[in-house]
Ligand binder design. Structure first.
Ligand code: BYC
Length: 341
């Protein structure tokens, strides 16, 4: 039975749909206009939305970066997940559990953002599992002691924040919106890592040594997270022109060093770099660059834990097949029921 008074509504919806189609057709018909519109939106620091025309290279570049980012969040659950059953107290366990679950959530926001660009999540998973898409180098290092959980929180999440806060102003709306939520959560993550190291650094000699050892091992891989030096970065120039990236790899790396040196002082731990020196002229800390040949090796799949991380992910994907099949069968059933015979 029709709901009285609703008669005109469907007509309005149909008219609106018609208008949308016409608008889309106009955009497609007038290529010059849409390119100018895209350029104007970027120049005015406004957002490109999924409905807008965009150059194919912009779309592909975003899919590449957002997918790589999403994969990093999901794979990034493994090194810390390794310590969930061995956290030193119930409180530490609850905090770590919340953090690891947050990473899953970040992955989901990002896969959803990527899907607005016309790719399917399942397609992206398969690209990850077949090695066609990458994830951050940092998650290919092992977490051998509890202090590594602290070092990841402090250094890895610290680097992530420096890298990701500018992405909240990325020119692509869905990515920028996802990054706002992610960054708020990352700042809690960094604080939990800092708190673990702060406690260990004030504990027994053994605990202090464990904290220092973790910082020694995670420092250079954290610096490498920012990517190759600017001169060797293949995507930076275009990505910055399109306001996807707002700062270059080296600019962000420097910002991270400047921030972290001060924090190390508060922790009472040292960073493993004898060349660290404050340069009053530039107002920055001079530092030793990470080993970029090692970064290239890790990205190529030859880091200490690459095989283990992907094998784990493949198992999880295969083990979850029944869930995907059930969800798809349920959705198909609901769709059949919704269509009157
Ligand atoms: N690891 O031209 P470039 C997190 C690749 S999640 C692996 O400078 P671009 C967290 C790069 O993809 C951390 N690959 O690239 C999660 C490119 O290869 P392709 C992830 C790297 O895109 C859980 C090639 O090298 N964060 O923090 O301009 C727990 C040339 O590089 C890496 C993001 O994904 C690397 N480190 O700049 C805790 C943030 N560096 O794609 C923490 C978003 C470079 O041509 N992404 N490559 O095969 C970005 O900001 C940028 O993509 C990057 C690289 C700065 C990473």
């Amino acid at each position: 039975m029709d709901v009285p008074g609703n008669e005109g509504l469907l007509g309005e919806v149909a008219a609106a749909e018609e208008e949308l189609r016409a608008a889309a057709a106009r955009e497609r018909a007038d290529g010059a206009d849409v390119e100018a519109h895209f350029a104007a939106v970027i120049a005015a620091d406004q957002k490109i939305e999924p409905r807008d025309w965009m150059p194919e290279a912009y779309r592909k570049g975003l899919v590449r970066q957002i997918a790589q980012h999403a994969h990093s969040e999901i794979i990034g659950m493994q090194p810390e997940g390794n310590w969930l059953t061995r956290a030193p107290s119930l409180a530490r366990k609850a905090i770590l559990l919340a953090k690891v679950q947050d990473e899953a959530g970040h992955g989901l926001y990002l896969y959803a953002a990527a899907e607005t660009l016309g790719v399917q999540r399942d397609e992206l998973y398969r690209m990850l599992l077949s090695g066609r898409q990458k994830y951050s180098s940092i998650f290919n290092y092992p977490t051998v002691t509890w202090a590594d959980v602290g070092a990841i929180g402090w250094l890895v999440d610290g680097a992530a924040i420096v890298n990701q806060v500018p992405l909240c102003r990325c020119s692509y709306g869905p990515y920028a919106r996802a990054m706002i939520r992610i960054c708020k959560e990352e700042s809690f993550h960094q604080r939990q890592g800092f708190d673990i190291l702060y406690t260990l650094a004030r504990g027994t000699d053994e605990q202090r040594a464990m904290a220092q050892d973790a910082v020694d091992r995670w420092w250079y891989p954290s610096l490498a997270m920012f990517g190759p030096p600017d001169a060797e970065s293949t995507h930076s120039a275009r990505s910055m022109a399109w306001k996807i990236k707002r700062f270059s790899n080296d600019e962000l790396r420097q910002k991270f060093v400047d921030m972290t040196v001060q924090q190390a002082g508060v922790l009472g731990l040292t960073l493993p770099d004898d060349a660290l020196a404050y340069d009053a002229g530039s107002g920055h800390w001079r530092y030793t660059a990470p080993d970029f040949a090692e970064l290239a090796e890790v990205i190529a799949g030859n880091g200490p834990c690459n095989r283990q991380r992907i094998d784990h992910r493949r198992r999880a994907y295969d083990d979850g097949a029944w869930v995907r099949e059930s969800a798809a069968a349920y959705a198909a059933k609901r769709a059949r029921e919704a269509v009157p015979a």
